[in-house]
Design a protein around this ligand. Structure first.
Ligand SMILES: Cc1cc2nc3c(=O)[nH]c(=O)nc-3n(C[C@H](O)[C@H](O)[C@H](O)COP(=O)(O)OP(=O)(O)OC[C@H]3O[C@@H](n4cnc5c(N)ncnc54)[C@H](O)[C@@H]3O)c2cc1C
Ligand SMILES: NC(=O)c1ccc[n+]([C@@H]2O[C@H](COP(=O)([O-])OP(=O)(O)OC[C@H]3O[C@@H](n4cnc5c(N)ncnc54)[C@H](O)[C@@H]3O)[C@@H](O)[C@H]2O)c1
Length: 486
């Protein structure tokens, strides 16, 4: 088969959530699609990110919730059953096998080629397969790059020999280290610190700068999460940078972590949760005039901007727009529809919120941080609204005062913030922090994406007594402040 050539309408590189959805959506548009994958179908999300990490966190969150329910507290006083948690994690990561996804791909009539794919000039992809064979693929309409990201390590002395943990080591861990150092203060750092502290590690978080945890979100979110992590026993240090790491006496020894204040600490493992780099160093970008290792900048139809003739698309993490599975899948749905329409010579509906416009990427990206307490947000933060020059009313509410929250748990602590565009009277941003708030997020996303006027929300009646009555309290607070009664 060496040197075999095949032609498809669409060639997709990478079968993570973005690639799988792009292949399916283009196939649904009547095109032939092939997907190239060199590890497991499902990508980082299924095996080393969303799925296993949420499986590690679910018992942590459920136990914390149960401990706040009178009558239940004593039943959940003990430690977590670590082998059972790991066994559940293994199941949720489908034992690092991808047969189910292969079956699904077959059921939607998308071809699969296993191997490492790389661009080789316009519309050309060469796949190096594990058996040494190669196949050349020609894309009649589009190539979609969906190769995702890898951990971005800082350039530190000693790192190479210190066997640092990435998200893969943490989410697929077979043991709970006694002492775990976590570098970074973003979502991966927070979630993994939450999980491992509860599983029995003594966690030390090393966060450079003083902007707090989760610093792309409303500041109160990071503050509440940091307080809770400290209450759980984690050592959360701000303004602390790592200057070097070393495994002192060989493979089994602990790691020494040197800090910029001249201090050092010793840990059994060190997790680097210091952001992501695009997985583009080895995909032949140089053959089409792009720079290997760069993020792929796209327009609002996900076409790579610096490539002539509009045949190259980049979807998911690799375009650096919003590094989350659901957003990559959204992008794939839009890009797939765009590729389908262009292939048929149809006009695009690229008006705001049109079928071929990536509007949600900038207006309504939802995110849940599965920490304890949970953080759920969509749309703008106060800081982002200010930066955009948008005049907003900022409405805060203590979720603990909602009847449903008192039912949910004793001493419920949570906070909601809703940003209302003062001119258009639409909701442009929502942040909830507190137990059970992850399931409130879709309501907030519908409100933001539908750009419904706040007056109409009085008719969206939340059931009593649920936490969702926070929406009513927000409306009342806004009414009393602005004197507007619908
Ligand atoms: C610890 C952790 C937890 C997370 N939790 C969540 C969460 O709860 N919710 C959420 O929404 N997001 C979460 N994310 C983010 C989420 O994992 C990513 O946004 C998502 O995986 C991106 O999907 P993707 O398809 O763009 O890329 P990926 O999932 O990275 O998939 C890319 C695929 O391309 C393949 N590939 C790369 N290069 C080639 C090549 N040359 N040839 C063939 N195949 C190739 C890779 O093997 C991989 O399968 C988490 C991330 C981390 C690190
Ligand atoms: N539940 C979820 O939705 C979820 C969960 C995990 C990850 N994700 C997504 O995956 C992506 C990656 O997450 P992440 O936490 O790795 O990245 P991030 O960009 O969210 O956070 C990186 C953190 O590392 C710090 N950092 C960067 N370089 C550093 C350095 N040299 N030294 C010390 N600290 C450094 C940053 O200041 C920041 O605190 C994010 O976009 C996130 O949204 C989503």
């Amino acid at each position: 088969m060496n040197g075999t050539s095949r032609a498809y309408d669409v060639v997709v590189l990478g079968a993570g959530p973005a690639g799988e959805n792009l292949a399916d959506r283009t196939r649904a548009a009547g095109l032939t699609s092939v997907i190239v994958e060199n590890e497991l179908l499902g990508g980082e999300c299924s095996f080393w990110a969303c799925e296993p990490s949420k499986a590690l966190l679910r018992p942590v969150i459920a136990r914390a919730d149960a401990r706040r329910v009178p009558g239940l507290r004593r039943a959940v006083e003990g430690p977590l059953d670590v082998p059972a948690v790991f066994a559940h994690r293994d199941k949720m990561a489908t034992y690092w096998q991808d047969e189910d996804q292969v079956d699904w791909l077959r059921s939607v009539s998308v071809d699969l080629i296993r191997g490492h794919g790389r661009l080789d000039g316009p519309r050309q992809v060469v796949v190096d397969m594990p058996d040494g064979e190669t196949v050349r693929l020609t894309a009649r309409h589009a190539v979609g790059v969906c190769t995702g990201t890898v951990t971005a390590f800082p350039d530190l002395p000693g790192l190479e020999h210190a066997r640092p943990w990435t998200n893969r080591d943490a989410t697929a861990a077979r043991h709970v280290p006694d002492r775990l150092a976590v570098v970074g203060g973003g979502v991966v750092a927070v979630e993994m610190a939450t999980a491992f502290q509860a599983l029995g590690s003594q966690v030390t978080m090393l966060v450079r700068g003083h902007k707090g945890l989760l610093n792309r979100m409303e500041p109160f979110a990071g503050e509440m999460v940091a307080d809770a992590l400290r209450a759980a026993g984690a050592d959360v240090r701000f303004g602390t940078s790592v200057t070097g790491v070393a495994r002192e006496d060989g493979a089994q020894s602990p790691v020494r972590v040197d800090l910029d204040d001249g201090d050092s600490l010793v840990a059994d493992e060190i997790l680097f949760a210091t952001g992501r780099s695009p997985h583009t160093a080895d995909i032949g970008l140089e053959t089409i005039g792009l720079t290997p290792g760069d993020w792929l900048t796209v327009d609002d139809s996900y076409r790579v901007t610096d490539v002539a003739d509009g045949w190259l698309y980049a979807v998911g993490d690799v375009n650096h727009r919003a590094l989350m599975t659901h957003q990559g899948k959204y992008q794939a749905r839009i890009a797939g529809a765009v590729i389908g329409a262009r292939a048929k010579g149809e006009a695009l509906d690229d008006r705001r919120w049109g079928a071929h416009a990536s509007t949600a990427d900038s207006a309504a990206v939802p995110q849940v941080v599965f920490s304890e307490p949970e953080v759920a947000s969509v749309g703008l933060t106060t800081r982002e609204a200010e930066r955009a020059g948008l005049r907003v009313d900022v409405v805060d509410y203590d979720i603990g005062r909602v009847a449903g929250a008192a039912q949910y748990s004793d001493g419920y602590q949570g906070r909601a913030r809703v940003l209302i565009d003062a001119e258009r009277r639409t909701v442009v941003g929502v942040t909830f922090v507190g137990p059970g708030t992850q399931e409130l997020l879709y309501s907030a996303t519908v409100v933001v994406a539908s750009e419904v006027q706040v007056d109409r929300l009085w008719h969206a009646v939340p059931a009593f007594p649920t936490i969702s009555e926070v929406w009513l309290r927000i409306l009342e607070t806004y009414r009393d402040r602005t004197g507007t009664v619908a």
